[in-house]
Write a protein that binds this ligand. Structure first.
Ligand code: DLZ
Length: 177
């Protein structure tokens, strides 16, 4: 659990997401769009696979998952909004996946800020939950660890898994389920 006891009686705090109990999320019948970047593609592909396989494990049918790519993270909000508007019936949830790695200029800060604000705005404006699956990392190693591609003995946690769960949880919430 999130605050599992230890032998000393001191509560141990586990960092990160506490998922809902297995079985609480049934994505059967949900239609989900995943938009991913082609910048930093090897890392993005691992995150995409984490999200896609999680959706499938939560009963989202493979035929109800649409996957589209865009060049970079800056394009994610526009693509999400455009593809939501083209969809009929509307997608039940969208996952935007990208990997931003800080360079030597201010480019990273501008793209990260615009992308996060834009993704939030699309969700609120369109009434469709849009998951922020964008890593904003200071180094490539940080990004690899968050895609379970880390170089150490512990390869890290694939955050795409959390994004798949968040998409189903928020889609059900938006349907009043
Ligand atoms: C230009 C740029 C840079 C420098 N870095 C990244 C990055 O680390 N991750 C990413 O997804 N995209 C990057 N981009 C591209 C922009 O997101 C965008 O595609 C271009 O500025 C064109 O609008």
């Amino acid at each position: 659990g999130a605050a599992s006891g230890s032998s000393s009686g001191v509560q141990h705090f586990e960092k990160g997401l506490v998922p809902l109990d297995a079985g609480a999320l049934n994505g059967s019948g949900l239609r989900v769009l995943i938009v991913h970047t082609r910048w930093n593609l090897p890392i993005v592909e691992a995150l995409l696979e984490g999200a896609r396989s999680t959706l499938t494990s939560l009963n989202v049918s493979a035929s109800d998952i649409t996957i589209k790519s865009v060049p970079g993270s800056y394009e994610l909000p526009f693509a999400a909004q455009s593809l939501i508007r083209q969809s009929s019936p509307k997608y039940d949830a969208v996952i935007c996946i990208g990997v931003l790695i800080k360079g030597s200029t201010m480019h990273f800060e501008y793209i990260a800020d615009a992308t996060s604000q834009g993704i939030m705005r699309v969700g609120l404006d369109e009434g469709v939950p849009v998951v922020f699956g964008v890593l904003t990392c200071l180094t490539e190693d940080q990004a690899l660890e968050r895609a379970a591609l880390g170089k150490g003995a512990d390869k890290g946690h694939n955050h795409g898994v959390d994004w798949g769960q968040a998409a189903v949880e928020m889609a059900l919430l938006n349907k009043g389920k």
